[in-house]
Design a binder for this molecule. Sequence first.
Ligand SMILES: NC(=O)C1=CN([C@@H]2O[C@H](COP(=O)(O)OP(=O)(O)OC[C@H]3O[C@@H](n4cnc5c(N)ncnc54)[C@H](OP(=O)(O)O)[C@@H]3O)[C@@H](O)[C@H]2O)C=CC1
Ligand SMILES: O=C(O)[C@@H]1CCC=N1
Length: 256
Amino acid sequence: MQVLLIGCGRMGSAMARGWRGSEPVLVFDPMVDAVPEGTERVETPGTVAGGAELAVVLAVKPQVFGSLGEALRPLADRGALFLSIMAGIALAGLGAALGGSGRIVRAMPNTPAAIGRGITAAVAGADVADADRAAVDRLLAPTGELVWIDDEGQIDAVTAVSGSGPAYFFRFAEALAAAGAAEGLPPALAMRLARATFTGAAALADADAAPLADLRRQVTSPGGTTAAGLAEMDAIDDLARAVVAAAAARSRALAG
Ligand SMILES: NC(=O)C1=CN([C@@H]2O[C@H](COP(=O)(O)OP(=O)(O)OC[C@H]3O[C@@H](n4cnc5c(N)ncnc54)[C@H](OP(=O)(O)O)[C@@H]3O)[C@@H](O)[C@H]2O)C=CC1
Ligand SMILES: O=C(O)[C@@H]1CCC=N1
């Protein structure tokens, strides 16, 4: 299947790198100086040839999409399959912008997609056939796991948990490093310890299927240091609730 990528920033270029060699990839992004090796730049997306065998991947910021819908309509008219990874923009809004097309899949990946370790949730529009789902399975395979959901109403929460989620873990590791420095460690050593602990804990959780609560208990000696630290973390549930609620609310607001 030929791919036309609209927007070649962080996520778009990560996906394009994964497709190289397996799918012919055209890129429309007037803002980037160079497109990824093995892909071809196009100047006017609406003139790209191809009908049902063309997949148009929407990877611009949601705020930019409004100015692009008109230019992409000819592709929808010719029956192209659309795959949107934009936060917030609902299938109904995408369909309206594309002149009523329902051959649209709305997906929410995350940045570990760049190394094939992402997780994406996707929901299909009304006119998406089984063959289209199979095409999306193939397109997203290089990015990691894919889970199909039936209820589009869940996408805002998905965005808030896994779409934005990598940033929360990075932020916590940054805070852990800062706390280590405040406790007297040289900042560079504190950051090294925090980062290695973060990636090591993630690798352990990946290698061991035990519930996370069990992995946590394995660290926590009764009456020991971890128990003392965890006792200070009671607010984490409310914090996580506020973080996810804020991100989900922002996702809903981006729909405009
Ligand atoms: N980053 C993430 O973790 C995730 C992002 N997403 C979604 O993916 C989409 C892209 O995000 P991300 O890759 O981070 O964003 P980027 O800003 O890195 O990428 C968007 C690209 O589109 C370019 N662009 C701007 N205007 C146009 C235009 N009119 N036509 C074509 N290209 C244009 C941008 O150029 P310029 O930078 O000069 O404006 C940039 O190169 C967003 O909708 C976001 O919601 C989804 C999941 C995770
Ligand atoms: O911050 C954002 O809006 C995008 C969507 C999910 C991750 N990044």
